[in-house]
Design a protein around this ligand. Structure first.
Ligand SMILES: [Zn+2]
Ligand SMILES: [Zn+2]
Length: 431
């Protein structure tokens, strides 16, 4: 109902749904990390080499970044849905019926299929989705390599659910189930299961989706169900004779989580400025990734797409890798604190807190590649949260015990960090 102040948005009260979306993610984080650890240990014991530290840490950094942004994008993700459902729905479906829940999951996954498919077939949507495909490894950490900008357009694809009258609560939970389900399929440890492969999204058919071999491109888009792909002709099973090579044909070749999110947008921007013709600009935005205008083809025709010989893998010493994992663990703890406390923080504090975690992730990515400024940035990114907590000036008030722990951790960081100087490659160049 519209309140006396007439503010439609205020009356819609979509904030509870925001909290309902954040809490399960907070609980999922330790479960995900534990499963990643188990997969890494099993792979290590089997000598399978499933994980590379820097790649996995980058995947988790991108996951953290997407969760920070998710705190601020809920108007797109749920706010618009609530408005459309409240004012434009054709009918009302009860949240008490099991049939409504089952059909919501099916409908959600159907919309997800088209969102995901166009995410691969339309360049400006690919700019957001490419993040998920930018790892050249395939393991549970890859599942958390999520885009921070998908919210800008994705919401449009789920409007049919609002118009059909699925209540926001049902929509939010169906979305969470769809998202959480997809975690476990990102593994090489589960083999092909013939009788399920055409019905459900499984590790085998999703491995194909992450492949850059010719026969893997633009296949297997489902979220939970694979029968959409069977129905619309995009299903391809794994081939025992041709191992999947993971990643994209134009590799990201960077550990920077910000660049990982911006690279294709930057390329689109550059190409938009290059063209004067309206149709060419439309092509840059909406044609398939890899499309070239006549102008571009005349200037420098793109060579036939080829899988790169080697994965992106700059060398790093073991102590840098160890430090990187500790730094990521600290950022993860900060994320959990951020997500739990965000409802009580003013917007400026939310932005400051989220911005600081983002800065930490960026600093770490520069440390990986031995940039000269990385150590100073990393020190700053460690000293600020620990120092402020120790002084009781952090965004969230800390008890005496927590302040003591923060002070000790700070002292340790100040001792350890300068020692890493010698571990940085001397060839490290500023970017
Ligand atoms: Zn995809
Ligand atoms: Zn995936």
């Amino acid at each position: 109902m519209v309140r006396p102040d007439g503010s439609v948005l205020a009356s819609l009260s979509w904030k509870p749904w925001v909290d309902a979306m954040i809490t399960p993610i907070v609980y999922a984080i330790p479960v995900f990390l534990m499963l990643i650890l188990i997969e890494a240990l099993v792979g290590w014991r089997a000598g399978a080499g499933i994980y590379r530290v820097q790649d996995a840490v980058t995947s988790l950094s991108l996951g953290i970044l997407s969760q920070i942004v998710a705190v601020f994008d809920k108007f797109f993700v749920i706010g618009i849905y609530v408005i459309v459902w409240k004012y434009f729905r054709f009918m009302s479906l009860p949240a008490t019926s099991i049939l409504v829940w089952i059909s919501a999951l099916l409908m959600y996954d159907f919309c997800y299929y088209w969102n995901h498919r166009l995410g691969h077939e339309v360049n400006v949507l690919w700019a957001a989705h490419v993040v998920h495909h930018s790892s050249e490894d395939y393991n549970l950490s890859t599942a958390l390599r999520q885009t921070a900008s998908g919210f800008l357009i994705s919401w449009i694809f789920y409007m049919p659910l609002a118009l059909l009258g699925f209540p926001p609560r049902v929509f939010v939970i169906a979305g969470l189930v769809d998202l959480l389900y997809q975690f476990w399929v990102h593994t090489e440890l589960v083999p092909h299961v013939a009788w399920l492969d055409r019905v459900l999204v499984m590790p085998s058919n999703h491995r194909v989706h992450h492949g850059r071999n010719d026969w893997c491109l633009d296949r297997n888009y489902g979220g939970i169900f694979m029968f959409w792909d069977v129905l619309f002709g995009t299903y391809t099973p794994e081939r025992p004779d041709d191992p999947v090579i993971y990643g994209t044909l134009t590799p990201l070749a960077s550990y920077d989580p910000l660049w990982g999110n911006l690279k294709v947008y930057a390329d689109i921007w550059r190409r938009l400025r290059l063209h004067d013709r309206f149709l060419d600009r439309l092509g840059v935005l909406f044609a398939r990734p890899g499309w070239q205008s006549q102008l571009e083809a005349a200037k420098s025709p793109a060579p036939p797409a080829k899988i790169p010989m080697n994965r992106y893998d700059p060398p790093a010493r073991a102590d840098i890798k160890l430090y990187g994992m500790a730094s990521l663990a600290f950022s993860t703890l900060l994320l959990v604190q951020f997500l739990l406390r965000v409802p009580q923080l003013a917007l400026a504090s939310q932005i400051g807190f989220g911005g600081l975690i983002t800065f930490r992730l960026w600093a770490l990515s520069r440390l990986w590649t031995g940039q000269k400024s990385a150590l100073v940035m990393e020190m700053l990114a460690t000293i600020v949260p620990l120092g402020f907590t120790a002084l009781g000036l952090w965004f969230v008030p800390a008890g005496a015990g927590a302040r003591l722990v923060a002070a000790l951790a700070l002292a340790m960081a100040i001792i350890v960090l300068p020692r890493l100087r010698g571990a940085l490659p001397t060839t490290g160049e500023e970017q």
